[in-house]
Design a protein around this ligand. Sequence first.
Ligand code: IMP
Length: 191
Amino acid sequence: MTLVFASNNEHKIREIKSLLGDSFTLLSLHDINIREDIPEEEPQIEANAIAKARFVFNASGMNVFADDTGLEIVALNGLPGVHSARFAGEKKDSSANIEKVLALLGDTENREARFRTVIALILEKKEYLFEGIVNGTIIHGKRGTEGFGYDPIFRPYGKIRTFAEMELTEKNTVSHRARAFEKLKEFLLQY
Ligand code: IMP
């Protein structure tokens, strides 16, 4: 089965190819000649994932999926959430995003948070959603150099290490993205 993944992020495409395995041929936006930046302006993670998938479906008519992820912090009423990439500004600067989160939390005791990934799939013109969640804690400072984004300040429940202190293979055993893609894979294999 051939599917378009609505992304041009090489790192993500490689990661998702490894999560989905060899049963699928994955095409990037580059592969199908879509060069524009897809707008990501919706107020919710679900709506953003759906908007990205629809954009590509309308442009290509192909089977497609898109993902969107946010870090939702309980004491910040779910922020940064859908604003995770640009929390500290348009530059999508991970260090600045982390500093902003730590400053907003200060000494707050409730440091409960979760990463949530939503995948929107359009298959033979029908839409499906898949969700993956990992619950954890925002620690008080940064730890680790692996990964990206908020990984240095997020420690999943049941683990001693932050995401940034884990190899990708360990992160994939619990991560939001891996869980969402596991659901997508199961669905596609049974389709
Ligand atoms: P995206 O929807 O996958 O592009 O994710 C939006 C933003 O959420 C990214 O720019 C990161 O700041 C953050 N993010 C997504 N996934 C992760 C993760 O696995 N670890 C840390 N931060 C992440």
